[in-house]
Design a protein around this ligand. Structure first.
Ligand SMILES: Cc1cc2nc3c(=O)[nH]c(=O)nc-3n(C[C@H](O)[C@H](O)[C@H](O)COP(=O)(O)OP(=O)(O)OC[C@H]3O[C@@H](n4cnc5c(N)ncnc54)[C@H](O)[C@@H]3O)c2cc1C
Length: 272
């Protein structure tokens, strides 16, 4: 099914965008990592979110999600790995699957991790961000999983189940990937494993990895007052556009991005 709007990220910005797309009578799909992996989930108490003081981060996210569900937004759990424009639609890959929509709202929060040495150079030549997409290529061979998410251990189990010999590194502070034409080894916190592939499983990806050609400044997505980016049909909201990194600012920008994306989808539909 094709949607009017696809939202990447289920935090305050993405959920607010979804509610406001629905308020304009348009269909919306929110694709996000599990809520427990949202940074706000860990907040003991959020006291400055208007009208809902004293909630824990988990309570606040649960209430925001319930609101978006009631509005009629569709949800899909998963990590968006890449996007590509085709005709008047955006195609978004989630693991080994695809979804498409007329407009996209990027509300993925901040990607805090920097790239590791060797990561960019060997991407696609033994560095992968998705076990279910690329695991079969390494069947019967030694691989490493460098896991920073709750679901990373499940992905390691999947790799074992298809016959990979898996070395698991849990949230290492340092990681260096070596190899010339292809990955040969990885060293995490001083421990080295000779492997054919390194699966780097982080909760978030840099916005420019998700949308090649996206304009950023200082690591934050550049937007205008309608939360439009430099890419046609792509809007952004929340922490990914810059500070203050706060939930209420994210929700406000989500409202604008949702309205703009809905208007974009309506105009695209009219043009046919
Ligand atoms: C411990 C802590 C305490 C905080 N306390 C407060 C507070 O008291 N008050 C306040 O206003 N703010 C607080 N914040 C900040 C607040 O959490 C953020 O400003 C807010 O959550 C930003 O919302 P967002 O929707 O932009 O991004 P996020 O809430 O970060 O949501 C982004 C979501 O997108 C998901 N995602 C990222 N990349 C992908 C991808 N490629 N595919 C699928 N999903 C993806 C992420 O996993 C995440 O669930 C706190 C933050 C932390 C960490």
């Amino acid at each position: 099914m094709s949607y009017d709007v696809l939202v990447i990220g289920g935090g305050p910005a993405g959920l607010s965008a979804a509610v406001n797309v629905r308020a304009r009578g348009r269909s919306v799909l929110v694709v996000s990592n599990p809520a427990e992996e949202n940074p706000l989930w860990r907040a003991e108490k959020v006291d400055n979110y208007l009208g809902l003081p004293g909630r824990s981060g988990a309570e606040l996210l649960t209430e925001l999600r319930a609101h978006a569900e009631r509005s009629g937004a569709a949800f899909r759990e998963g990590k968006v790995l890449s996007t590509v424009p085709m005709g008047k639609e955006w195609y978004v890959s989630i693991g080994s699957d695809m979804e498409n929509a007329r407009a996209v709202v990027l509300a993925a929060g901040v990607a805090r991790a920097k790239k590791f040495p060797g990561e960019a150079e060997l991407l696609g030549r033994g560095v992968s961000y998705c076990a279910t997409c690329d695991g079969m290529l390494y069947r019967g061979r030694p691989v490493a999983v460098v896991g920073y998410t709750e679901s990373a251990r499940r992905e390691a189990d999947f790799l074992r189940s298809i016959g990979c010999d898996v070395t698991y590194f849990a949230r290492p502070r340092t990681c260096v990937i070596t190899g010339e034409d292809a990955v040969r080894s990885v060293t995490c916190d001083g421990e080295t494993a000779e492997v054919a592939c390194v699966f780097l499983l982080r909760p978030a990806m840099a916005p420019t990895d998700l949308f090649p050609g996206l304009a950023v400044e200082g690591g934050y997505v550049t937007v205008d007052r309608k939360m439009a980016t430099n890419l046609p049909g792509v809007f952004a909201a929340g922490d990914c556009t810059g500070g203050p990194l706060q939930a209420a600012k994210a929700a406000g920008e989500g409202l604008i991005a949702g309205q703009s994306a809905a208007a974009w989808a309506a105009a695209a539909e009219k043009e046919g």
